[in-house]
Ligand binder design. Sequence first.
Ligand SMILES: *Cc1c(COP(=O)(O)O)cnc(C)c1O
Length: 379
Amino acid sequence: MSVPFFRPLIGDNEIEAAVAVLRSGWLTTGHKCQEFERAFSAFLGEGVEAVAVNSATAGLHLAAEACGVRAGDEVLVPTLTFTATAGAFHQMGAEPILVDVDPKTLTIDLNDAERKMTPRCKAIVPVHFGGWPCDMDAIVAFAHRHGLRVIEDAAHALPAARDGRLVGAGPSDACVFSFYANKTITTGEGGMLVTRDSEIAGRARMMRSHGFDRDAFDRFKRVGAAWRYDIIAAGYKYNLTDLAAAIGLEQLKRVFEFQEARQRIAEHYTSALAGLPIELPAPAPSNGLHAWHLYPIRVRPEARFGRDELIKRLNQAEIGVSVHYLPLHMTSYWRARPGAVGDFPVASRHFEQSVTLPLFPGMSLDEANQVIEVVKTLG
Ligand SMILES: *Cc1c(COP(=O)(O)O)cnc(C)c1O
């Protein structure tokens, strides 16, 4: 590949931090995890609690459980998302009700959510698509009107902000970030559940580690700790290792540096691709910060050739591209579920016409120009 779709940026500090944990004698959830959680809540601000988990999928599952979503309940989920957004709820017997998205921002369309609401709906799960911060005030108002919980899928949205408030610091019940290898910061695999509700935080923390009444670190490490423990629920195994947390601590220090680097490439794409027969991604809302996890473009019908041909040409030029996403209502499993009712014209059209261009913090302008050169042949 002359330009990969993604390349993580791991520095010497991340490597040294990981080695220090390997030499420390304590590998799993411990001091580093607590430090990572403290740094993450400090990053989001006063009153936000952070619970480190081994994936965002796990975090969404814990959030659902802690918010009281149960088997037989329904949750409103945008169809244009990664399968885990729906899967985390389905796993506990709840039914994801698929909702179309807004054509500009690709985030959940509240008018369609209103149409698809049923009395069994318990929660709405907005996805900050590509790093574009959703209008959480509107979503929370919608949720309050219908008695719903709000669980944000913020896998793309670190750091994104709106009206001076970071995603994760807002008024939802819970918000979940991903540190998967190609996300905006990474620990290889990992995630963070954040909430302002200490009951949700406490429940998630306990369910993260088998339903123990206190965590393993406490049991083994604290001098004089009582050896007795109790199991107070049938919990899961969703804790983050100290090895991952140590890498995450170093990555978190660079979160704005990474965002600036991504934004620089995104702005370069946007100015270089203006005037072509394509639709460009929505810019950040005014007074907002876009995390620029993804840069999806849509090929308009009047272009010289279509989306498939563009992907072929980019691949021939050894440029890595992707498509985000095959909407859930177009996948074999989800389209056969009762939650895939009605039409999803916006998500379907987006899928047919879209290509996600490479965008990562270590990308050079020269690499971006190689991509631009191929995309320009559309016009
Ligand atoms: C990556 C991703 C997830 C899952 O994250 P993991 O940490 O891999 O579990 C969930 N939702 C969206 C929108 C994602 O992009």
